[in-house]
Design a protein around this ligand. Sequence first.
Ligand SMILES: C[S@@+](CC[C@H](N)C(=O)[O-])C[C@H]1O[C@@H](n2cnc3c(N)ncnc32)[C@H](O)[C@@H]1O
Length: 229
Amino acid sequence: MQIEYKKKAIRSYVIRGGRITDGQKKAFDQWWPHYGLSLHDGLLEPATQFPANQPLVVEIGFGMGDSLFAMAEGLNENFIGIEVHPPGVGRLINNAGKAGLKNLKVYMADALDVLEDCIPDNSLARLQLYFPDPWHKKKHNKRRIVQPEFVQLVRRKLKPGACLHIATDWENYADHIMEVLSLAEGMENKAGDYLFSDKPDYRPLTKFEKRGENLGHGVWDLIFTKTLS
Ligand SMILES: C[S@@+](CC[C@H](N)C(=O)[O-])C[C@H]1O[C@@H](n2cnc3c(N)ncnc32)[C@H](O)[C@@H]1O
């Protein structure tokens, strides 16, 4: 399987070398036909992808996928995960296949391209972005995925009243995200102006979050809804 992306000057990720295990390779052979979606297939018709008519949730950058798997297993929602790290994609579809999940699909592609080309406008109940790469060096800040244009792209994809949920363990990035979201047209902070949200029960601990906790990092959740008008 190839990682799918269109040419762009600045990317929010680097393709990591992480070795694909035999298990993950087998997972691709066996489960990609069930769970994989392609950027090149263009605009998605969610109703044809999922047997149950349930709220549609997109997660960008699910990493090794264990927290997305737990959510898909435990919630009555349809999930689309987007990730460029093949070992994580392999692990997630392997777990999903073994558990027989029918409410999960996966793109191994650049999330910005998938949002632009594949996700219908006004279709999402939630977009979740958990522990995005912080790009903490000043000269790399421009690679942060959360920028004003990104928020407006996400806003187009959300249904009115639906939410963008971001969590980070990097304080300076949390402040940057708060600033960008608070200034974004058509988005409203669920917690109140410039306030962070409590971690909602539906969000499991993620791998990066645990790693951050071990390093003594704090965690900041931001939940903004798309305004109705
Ligand atoms: C710091 S990791 C967090 C992983 C996971 N959410 C967690 O909390 O354990 C960020 C992930 O986002 C992915 N990523 C970054 N930019 C992306 C993009 N534009 N499209 C798809 N995945 C992206 C990276 O490959 C990486 O796995």
